[in-house]
Design a protein around this ligand. Structure first.
Ligand code: FDA
Length: 384
């Protein structure tokens, strides 16, 4: 069977690339080993799919080349995807920090994309293994399908139990494309036994500023029995490297806060002062860690300032991450130096493209990763 392009992977990137190319008149075959398309879309955003972010801009993405995403993001922006969502009558709302979600269900996004594929006459083959990829005389062969163009859209290995694989990297290497070492991102961090104190408060969440080197995110952190999670930690995890320290600001104005508490309630203990601003169990664990067993009125300035330092800069040295099993995305991937930023076409292999999470472009938490899937998918879809 002859096609104009074979697209491998019916996730967000593959579906929109297929629809775009199909509607422009190309004969497209879309292949996936899963039994339904867009499985990650279905589970995303707690079932409501955080499909884009109003604030999307290139600075919200990690890549060895921070400029790479600019072209695709500007040529198919968050507003373009939102227009498509509205054209399909899908009701949406902004939750927080520019994050746009369906009012109803993530299923609506998958149905919209499959509908767009149908409008473009795309043939979708599900429950189909890719197998060996043939390449001769400028044509690619996958099973019995042949085409002059092949799109790698099989995502990254995050959440293998959902069918995620490192197939994209295998295909890239088969065509001699460099792969930036993949690593789990937007992932909980693990702590060692010396941080046991905090495991005891597993389930406690509070707003923090989380910092790694020169990056900071102001959102909630969650203490877990394995370490740290919550949006602030997931965000910072994408920037964290083994051996680095994570610092949490729990109370930004801790020195003034403690001095004020000392004036107002000199007979109280530190835990009571902390509990005015922090969840009770966390206040208790921190007071134990700070270890000042005196009434506030008896704590000298220097000692109070040391306590304040713990609240403004509580540091952890994570032992690692919870890995691909819990990572929302994979950072790293097919090296952007191998690709055209305008079309996502491989520079050295005519007809080959790579899009979506398979590529070394990783968004922050909050709808940015889907926006990259849409933008890179449309870039390739228009070029096919
Ligand atoms: P994606 O992984 O979606 O698709 C790849 C496709 O290739 C899949 O259909 C897969 O079955 C197929 N495939 C893989 N290996 C194959 C093989 N060997 N053979 C054949 N087919 C193969 N992002 C966001 O912006 N907002 C959100 O709300 C969320 N929420 C979220 C929740 C959870 C739990 C996860 C794990 C992830 C998110 N994300 C997210 C991230 C987002 O899901 C992700 O970035 C995009 O789905 C990436 O789209 P792609 O199309 O590139 O890959």
């Amino acid at each position: 069977m002859d096609y104009d392009a074979i697209i491998l992977g019916a996730g967000g990137a593959g579906l929109l690339a297929a629809a775009t190319a199909g509607q422009a008149g190309a004969r497209i075959l879309l292949i996936d080993h899963a039994d339904r398309p867009g499985k990650k879309i279905l589970i995303s955003g707690g079932g409501r799919c955080n499909f884009t972010n109003r604030e999307t801009e290139p600075a919200c993405f990690l890549s060895e080349n921070p400029h790479f995403a600019k072209s695709a993001l500007s040529r198919y922006s968050q507003w373009d995807f939102l227009a498509l969502v509205e054209e399909h009558g899908i009701a949406w709302h902004e939750k927080t920090l520019g994050q746009l979600f369906c009012d109803g269900s993530a299923r609506q996004i998958v149905e919209m994309l499959v509908g767009e594929c149908q409008r473009g006459g795309v043939e979708i083959r599900l429950s189909t293994q890719i197998g060996e990829i043939g390449h001769a005389d400028g044509r690619f062969r996958v099973g019995n399908a042949i085409a002059p163009q092949l799109v790698i859209a099989t995502g990254g290995p995050s959440i293998p139990k959902m069918g995620a694989t490192g197939k994209a990297y295998e295909i890239a290497r088969r065509f001699d494309l460099n792969v930036v070492t993949p690593r789990p991102a937007l992932v909980p961090l693990t702590l060692g036994p010396d941080e046991m104190l905090f495991r005891e408060i597993s389930g406690v969440a509070c707003p923090v500023v989380a910092r790694v080197v020169d990056r900071a995110f102001e959102e909630a952190a969650l203490f877990t029995h394995k370490g740290l999670s919550g949006p602030a930690i997931l965000q910072i995890s994408s920037y964290w490297k083994p051996g680095e320290t994570v610092a949490l600001t729990l109370v930004a104005d801790a020195a003034e806060m403690l001095r004020g508490a000392r004036r107002r309630m000199p007979r109280a203990y530190l835990k009571a002062a902390l509990a005015e601003r922090l969840p009770n169990r966390l206040a208790e664990a921190l007071a134990a860690r700070i270890g000042i067993a005196k009434e506030l009125g008896n704590i000298a300035d220097a000692e109070l300032d040391r306590a304040a330092e713990t609240l403004t800069r509580l540091t952890f040295r994570p032992t690692g991450t919870e890995g691909y099993a819990k990572a929302e995305v994979t950072a790293g991937g097919i090296d952007t130096a191998e690709l055209s930023s305008k079309t996502m076409a491989a520079r050295r292999v005519p007809g080959l493209y790579a899009i979506g999470e398979a590529v070394d472009v990783t968004g922050w938490l909050g709808g940015y990763n889907f926006q990259w899937a849409w933008s890179s998918g449309v870039a390739a879809g228009r070029a096919i």
